[in-house]
Structures are given as C-alpha cells and as structure tokens.
Design a protein around this ligand. Sequence first.
Ligand code: NAD
Length: 450
Amino acid sequence: MNPDYSLIVSQQRAFFNSNATKPVAFRVQQLRKLKVTLQANEQALMEAIDSDFKKSEFDTYTNELMLVYSDINEAIRNVKKWTRKKRTRTNLINFPAKSYVIPEPLGVSLIIGAWNYPYQLSFAPMVAAIAAGCTVILKPSELPAATSKIMAKIMSETFPQEYIAVVEGSVAETTALLEQKFDTIFFTGSVPVGRIVYQAAAKQLTPVTLELGGKSPAFVTENCNLNMSVKRLVWAKFLNAGQTCIAPDYVLVHQSVKHAFLDALTEEIRQSDFKIENGNYVQIINERNGERLAALLGQNTIHFGGTYNRETRYFEPTVLADSSFDDSIMQEEIFGPILPVIAYNDLSEAIRNVKERPKPLSCYIFTSDSQIKQRILSEVSFGGGAVNDAIMHVSNSHLPFGGVGESGIGSYHGIAGFNAFSHYKSILDKSTWFELNLKYSPHSLKKLNF
Ligand code: NAD
C-alpha cells in the first residue's frame, strides 16, 4: 500500500493559513537558519555525497553548496524588495484609483529533486520557496541514498515538519505525494518523469515549474578562440562526469577547424587528468546508468577514451569524432562523459538539425563572429546558455534558469525563483470621492461619445 501523506500536507496547510510564513522577518530568519545549518553540517554533507558517488569536497562546495549560499544571500538581501507591492498605471475609465500587484506566496509546495546535484537541486528551490513565503515538502532523489538521508536528518533537526518536511523515497512515495493537493510543484528531473508530474498536477490544476533535460548543443565555429573554447568546453562536459543537465551534450564543429579542435580537445582532456582520486571526477551514479552509457557507445568509432570499469563505476572521458545526427547516441540525452562531435559545412543545416529536435535546455556558442552569434541566438530556441563558455550561466543568479518546450516550464534562481513560488495579485484600489457614471442606467452610447 502506498504511504499516506495527507497528514503532513494538512499540517503544512494549517501552518500556512496561520500566516506565520508571510512576514519578511520570518522569511529572512528561516533563510539564515538554513544557511547556518548547512554550514554547520558541511562535513557530513560532503561525506554523504562522497559515499554516494565520490564527489570531491571542492566540487561539492563549488557546484552545490556555494550556489545555495549565493541564492540564500541574494534572497536575504532582496526579499523585502521582492515582496513589496508594485504600482502600475491606471486607465482613465477607473479614475480615481491606484493600481498595483501584490506578490503572495502560493502556499504548500512540493519540491522533487534530481540526483546529479542533490544538494543544489533540493536546497536552491527551497530557498526560493522560503523567500516567497511557502511551506515545503522536499522529496530528494533516492539514488544518492546517503545524501537523501542526511538532508532528511538535517532538515528535521532544523525545521518543524509543519513548515519544512523531507519525504524520502522513490517512485511509490513520489506517486503517493503527487496524489495530494499542493499549491505548486517544483520538479527537477527527466523529461519522461516530468510528463508524469505534469499530468498529476493537471488533475488538481496545480501550477508547476519543470526543470527538465535534453540534448544541449555546443557550436564551435570556424573563427573562435580555439584553445579557450576547448578548455571551457572540456571542463563543462566532464564536470560531474558529464552527469549535468546543462552539460554540452554534443559538439557541432565547423569542418574547417574539426581536426585542430579534436587535437586540442584530446590534449586538454589528457592534461586535465580526470580521475576520482584527483578530485575532479565522479563515479557514474549506479550500475544501470553505467551499462546504459556503455551500450550507447555501440558501434561508434571512439576517438578518445571509451573504457568503463564496472567495479569502480569509472567511465573514462570519451570523444566520438565522426558522429552524425542519425547515430543512436543522438536520439537520447547522454548524461554521461561521452562527447559526440558532428562536423558541419553549412551553418543553416546545422541550425536546422538542432531545430528539428526538442528545444534544448542550453545551447553554447563558441565563436568570435558576432554575426554567427546573433544568428544562432535569434534562430535557435533554448532555455538559456552562454557565448564562449558553458554551464557558467547557472552561477549567475541574476539570470533566470530554466528550459523551454520539452526542456522545461518556468525558471528559478534570484527573483525568478521567488516568482516561481508566488502569485501576483492584481488590485484596483479605488477612491470614493468621485464616480464616473457611465456604467449605470440609463445607458446611452451618446454618453460614451460613441
Ligand atoms: P528522474 O526523472 O529519474 O528522477 C527525478 C525525480 O523523480 C526523483 O526524485 C525520482 O525519485 C522521481 N521519480 C522517478 N521516477 C518517477 C515516477 N515514475 N513517478 C514519480 N516520480 C518519479 O531524473 P534523475 O535521473 O534524477 O535526473 C536526471 C535527469 O534530470 C536528466 O534528464 C537531467 O537532464 C535532468 N535534470 C535537469 C535539471 C534542470 O535543472 N533542468 C537538473 C538536473 C537534472
């Protein structure tokens, strides 16, 4: 029998309805509390993630906790401003009146996390929910079991369940949670599960933010700073062993620079020496994904790497040099350290190929040619991205982060996160000293000068 979460949800609804979460002072206090707790437990958080997939302290700090701290600081600095009512203009027919929108918290929120950046993908949405004045039920991914456990422990020691609760579990637990009525659902994960969450939310007319995945292309054009492009691309692709939603999934390189690009690429990978013991690489999350990645290599000609050690779950950084859009590896998100390189002669055709596929979460353009840059930016639809860099756009909380089309709905970080958990209530606030009598009987079009 599936577990019943109606009690937690009703406790949270009662707490929300008590208005306790609404004062700005309360929100700031909770954000500070979250930060202090995370800081106090950094060692335990790092040990948990290391035991799950051998993520180093440096990587855990820089691409998990630091991003959460930065979101917390940004929210603490700005939440007062974000919660203020915002004046708008009033049209003549409503004179005399003021018009404004008031942000209000949506209410009881459900946050479902993905496994690949377990802390960031659980706590960054939680920061947004707290700043907006919502309560939170967090369901972290079950795959990194130790991180899920430590998050549940720390949160239960820090916050009352009626405000922030962690529900651990996998499909059965998430399915049971999705039967409850929430005021908003924030989901990070794969496209197929995103569809399941969206359908469950639709039954209750619950608004959603869906942070999904897909195949993010990187264009490398004939005129770019090749060494710098390769350096940044290699870091971005093999960070977290390619298990990053916004990792460059594949490269589209102009034929004229293909060989120079491949030489620079393999040299950079060699020099980076991606090894778990070097602290710059992680394990593949589990056997199933390791096998999936090994099978994806299929009949492809491997230009570099290609080995997978099932015992250590170490998948070597791998480059496929002669890929095409028809290859099986181009039919699904890779989500691992394999980089197919597809050469193009005609930019129009490369763009057309990208556009024929689902809209990617990210797109990267390595070029020194501003016309090419403008062309790709205006012709290709994608969630967000970078020019002459990759992944780093997520570190700028002033940029809303999210997908479009099949790569997601909505966005977060900074004020975008606050907005994801808020509703803007529109108010016409009228004075009583004057009335324009046009709408009352007796009606006459003449009165309107019609
Ligand atoms: P996933 O979709 O398998 O799981 C995500 C969450 O959904 C987990 O908490 C899991 O327990 C739950 N879940 C799994 N199956 C379910 C089901 N049938 N019903 C209800 N809930 C279910 O994704 P994942 O493997 O954890 O993460 C990888 C995917 O997430 C990739 O596609 C990646 O691109 C995407 N991702 C996106 C972002 C983003 O910010 N856009 C970030 C990280 C990962």
